[in-house]
Ligand binder design. Sequence first.
Ligand SMILES: Nc1ncnc2c1ncn2[C@@H]1O[C@H](COP(=O)(O)OP(=O)(O)OP(=O)(O)O)[C@@H](O)[C@H]1O
Ligand SMILES: [Mg+2]
Length: 467
Amino acid sequence: MFRLVPDSDILARALLRSCTPPARPIPKCSIASVSAVFHARNEAEHVSMNNTVETIQVPAQITEKWQEIIDLLAEMLHVPSALIMKVESPNIRVFVRSESEGNPYERDERACLNTGLYCETVMKTRQLLLVPDALADQEWNANPDIKLGMISYMGVPVAWPNGDIFGTICVLDAKPNAYSELYRKLLFQCREVLQTDLKLLQASAELELKVLERTAELRRSGELLHEAQTVLAHATRVTTLGELAASIAHEVSQPLAAMSLNATVGLCSLDLENPDLSEARDALRAIVMDGNRANDVIRRVRALAKMNDIQKMPLDINDVIKEVMLIFRQEALSHGVSLSQELASAIPQVLGDRVQLQQVIMNLLMNGIQATSAVTGRRHELRVRSQEHGPDHILVAVEDTGTGIEPQNVDRLFSAFFSTKLDGLGIGLSICQSIVEQHGGNIWGTSNSGVGSTFQFTLRARGETSS
Ligand SMILES: Nc1ncnc2c1ncn2[C@@H]1O[C@H](COP(=O)(O)OP(=O)(O)OP(=O)(O)O)[C@@H](O)[C@H]1O
Ligand SMILES: [Mg+2]
């Protein structure tokens, strides 16, 4: 049928044939162009399939099955060669060859298309080709396979379910052979088996493609969600603490600077040989005024923290906790802290401001993460609990396995600007306290009997009147 590189004689004849109109009505053309024609025909309806078909690999167990079929075919038809050919444009490859005696074709042998092969015609016409005696046939007496001693041929095209050509299944003989009707039927039956396998392969490849696409889609959504959670967790803290810190820094630094200037002026006035008491008094008055101003600023900032303009609505605190946990999970994971929850079922609703209550839980969780990060040699865990508390309150607790609370700090935890952290503002718990009190509750923190500490707060259950 072919050799890897056709010798010059065959090549010359092949080229000649490709320029000369064939004697038979069947037009010749290269497999490349055959393949292009078939592709074009199916392109509109099978764009995605074409891509799939090109990359589908025939697995070993199917190749083994095809090997048995092709061996049987050669044996039953008493021919030296039965083949399954595969188009791999611009070549055609021996995909499976019968292990029969005298078979001149080797597995994986490739030949250039457009050389007048029997198989080219089969694929072009998409029909059975029967050449009983090529030597006696003007159309075929110069074809490349004669060089290999193969002078008769019978082959049919093998196609993917979308119509693309896979290749051919064929038999060749070293002597004239008319191949009986029964043999033809047998060849068609073998082709049916091959095409059924290709159908299954294409279906499973398409399914695999869909799974891959869906997985990629899910991964993309997961990444976007993670991004959004990180941004939200960060933004919520930044807007609260960042804005407060900025206003404190800006508003307090001016009176402080003025106070230190006036103190210097006062001291200079007193240090004079004849102390200027009046000027010293003025300086001290200015210091008092600036002190009051700084105090006002702090009060205003605290009022801001209280956020008087709150919007209360009936809430299930468990929902609020779950929302925060969802946002916080990544933050915790990135610090190597595991988060867990133990939420009471059927807990009474509260009348509250969702965003503010989220703030409280977030601040407690953030403190918990920081407290656990400060210790080594034990598991870093945070647990959020919710439960009823007395007849008219609910309680939320955040337990950690962190540093615990130094006894001398217990009374100062909720004071504004109390912090034991290098970069702490000392505002988180103070804000929590303001919010919790606005919701008719209390907040407190204690060291655990084991390791770490627990910060818990109560909220008035819905329907209860304020005390
Ligand atoms: N879970 C905890 N374990 C141990 N100590 C804690 C815990 N939570 C708070 N503290 C102590 O209380 C102090 C005040 O906490 P607070 O949240 O008000 O401020 P901060 O965390 O230091 O700074 P920020 O204003 O950034 O929140 C902390 O500096 C820390 O000493
Ligand atoms: Mg804090």
